[in-house]
Design a binder for this molecule. Structure first.
Ligand code: ADP
Length: 616
């Protein structure tokens, strides 16, 4: 007797342990998990009824009334188990096809489906109450119509499951399909084995195996937890992508009118205008630039949050940056009683390797804060350089005699959107500058710190290391002449033909006005097609091409130009309001010679013109 029950008893022990583990862990309220819970309990019941049937058959003999009751209970449990298993696999598979909510609605709305299912189950149970069977002992073997009935139910269940596997397979991962297939095969194999070896009761142990298999592949709450986390991560990622797309398009839309505001106000000659009008134009330009700074800061902070901020390292001249910043600071403080002083200690290599744009941005942020928050006195930029092997360790201090920072506000300084309430309500800012500066320095492996005495002044200290590209030393960087404003010395471009392509007339007007100061011969085109036609019969020295144009966009236009049978060698520069991280690289990859973002920076424009037209 015990030999016959060995397998069942072991399975029972195992399933009890599994139940303990399962019910102790956090459970999920998913439909399939609820079905699994019942399946797990039913497996225990199935094993108990199987063991009881064998035990009572041996104990009371085949003529007693008790053993057949347990055998029938065992058969009914088998049927309910099979039907629950069917429901479990179908719901589990559906879950991947749609999402969880849709299964709930599917089950709630499709009452007919559920009713059919319950009716079938009840009918099967009722029929099983009347189908005859007989059994014998030593060995314990059950025979008769009941067995055939069970085999038919198992075969139909297996067919439906295999069909469902084929129908939805596209929406489900290969691994999951494979796991489901294994569990179906295990389920069906138990019946085949039972039919082949009738003397060994196998089915209930095999069902126990299927239940355990499902636990380890789908129902382990830890796995569910990982699934849930993955789900949440995917949702968060797609929400983040939507935010980036939104920001990209908003920034594009804001940049286009800003291009007109900044570009046009900059190109109006104010010398002969009444002072009040000249002042208004200057204020319009100033407001446009502040708005541009805000847009740029918001784009930067998004890049930082997405971890998309990267360094583009190349050789650069720190002396150039310092002299440019000196001119900028002098212009900014020109109307305040402030003296700007540059001091330097140690020799600075003439070329360092690093991200020039970011070094410039970091120093500019700190210096412009000093200008903003200082009413009178001095702003000092002190540079300390120490050469160590092929590295140069740089420490910059920006010391101002401004409004200072209260001790109680120290914690807020590097927090997003945090602006201190210390009589600075009329000073523009977003509270993002220092957060971005800190992130940029982190990226460069550098540090930022500050000391301040309220109402007396603040010192910001920045430290980072750069590799040395050229060891020629600049002995006194502070004594260098500030860079001349390149805009004061435009080269004469009267011998060059420039083609401007943009669907936005205002943008064309702005670019034309800015370029006119070089005396170029300028032609404008309002679409990609017009550009293609014009370039067929005319030779241009340089083309500025907008990206986002209806019908044929800038990239398609460039593609058509380059695929001309006659060959095409005019440099094409993209002129776009698309300024999110990676835009420049994307356009260069498409085949543009350079990238100019809107609003047009005159300095950047000058650099591109000189490079593309080979002007020294
Ligand atoms: P904002 O755009 O407001 O200048 P920042 O992130 O650059 O944003 O600076 C955050 C806050 O730190 C500022 O609003 C200001 O209150 C304070 N702060 C920054 N630099 C200085 C400084 N040199 N002197 C006094 N306060 C400063």
């Amino acid at each position: 007797m015990y030999d016959t029950m060995k397998l069942e008893i072991c399975s029972l022990l195992y399933i009890i342990i599994l139940q303990c583990i399962y019910f102790v862990k956090r459970k999920y309220n998913f439909v399939e998990s609820k079905i699994y819970k019942v399946l797990l309990l039913l497996t225990t019941f199935l094993l108990v009824s199987d063991i009881s049937a064998i035990y009572f058959s041996y104990k009371y003999g085949i003529d007693n009334i008790i053993p057949p009751i347990f055998i029938r209970i065992y058969f009914i449990s088998l049927i309910i188990w099979s039907m629950l298993y069917l429901a479990y696999i179908l719901v589990n598979k559906l879950k991947d096809k749609n999402n969880y909510d849709s299964i709930i609605s599917l089950i709630k709305n499709k009452k007919i489906l559920t009713s059919i299912y319950i009716l079938t189950l009840i009918t099967l149970i009722i029929v099983s109450l009347f189908i005859p069977f007989n059994y014998s002992l030593s060995p314990f073997v059950i025979e008769g119509d009941m067995l055939l009935y069970i085999y038919i139910i198992a075969t139909i269940t297996t067919m439906i499951l295999l069909l469902s596997l084929v129908i939805n397979s596209k929406h489900i991962t290969i691994e999951k399909n494979f796991m489901v297939l294994i569990s179906i095969l295990l389920y069906f194999a138990s019946f085949i084995l039972q039919a082949t070896i009738p003397s060994t009761p196998i089915i209930s142990s095999a069902f126990c195996l299927v239940t355990i298999f499902i636990y380890f592949t789908f129902e382990n709450p830890d796995l569910k937890y990982i699934d849930e986390l993955n789900d949440l991560r995917n949702k968060a990622e797609s929400a983040n992508n939507a935010k980036t797309d939104f920001l990209a398009s908003v920034s594009h839309e804001i940049r286009t009118p800003l291009n007109a505001i900044i570009g046009l106000s900059e190109s109006i000659p104010t010398d002969e205008l009444p002072a009040s009008i000249a002042e208004d134009i200057k204020n319009i330009n100033g407001a446009g630039n502040i708005l541009l700074e805000i847009v740029n800061n918001i784009l930067d902070i998004t890049k930082v949050e997405e971890g998309k901020m990267t360094l583009n390292n190349s050789p650069y001249s720190l002396a150039d940056i310092i002299s440019e910043l000196t001119s900028l600071v002098n212009v900014t403080i020109s109307e305040k009683p402030i003296k700007f002083i540059v001091e330097s200690k140690g020799n600075i290599p003439s070329k360092l390797i690093g991200d020039e744009v970011k070094v410039h941005q970091v120093l500019l942020n700190i210096l412009s804060n000093a200008c903003k928050y200082t009413k009178k006195g001095t702003i000092t930029l002190s540079i300390d350089s120490r050469i160590n092997g092929n590295k140069c360790n740089l420490t910059f201090k920006v010391i101002d005699t401004g409004i200072g920072i209260k001790k109680s506000d120290y914690d807020k300084i590097f927090q997003k959107f945090e602006r201190l309430d210390q009589g600075q309500k009329n000073i523009e800012g977003t509270g993002l500058g220092l957060v971005i500066t800190k992130e940029l320095l982190n990226l460069m492996g550098g540090k930022i710190s500050f000391e301040s005495v309220y109402q007396q002044g603040t010192t910001f200290t920045i430290n980072f290391e750069q590799e040395i590209a050229d060891r020629t030393l600049i002995t006194n960087i502070a004594a260098l002449e500030p860079k001349k404003n390149i805009l004061d010395e435009h080269f004469d471009g009267s011998q060059y033909n420039i083609l401007l392509v943009d669907d936005n007339l205002l943008n064309l007007k702005v670019a034309e006005k800015i370029l006119k100061s070089y005396n170029f011969k300028i032609t404008v085109a309002k679409s990609g097609l017009e550009c293609l036609n014009l370039t067929k019969n005319n030779k241009y020295d340089l083309i500025f091409l907008d990206h986002m144009m209806p019908e044929m966009d800038g990239i398609q236009t460039l593609y058509n130009l380059k695929n001309r049978a006659s060959g095409f060698d005019t440099p094409v520069v993209v002129l776009t309001a698309n300024a999110i991280e990676g835009s420049k690289e994307k356009y260069l990859k498409e085949g543009f010679k350079d990238y100019l973002s809107k609003p047009i920076s005159q300095k950047e424009l000058d650099r591109i013109l000189r490079e593309q037209l080979h002007i020294e």
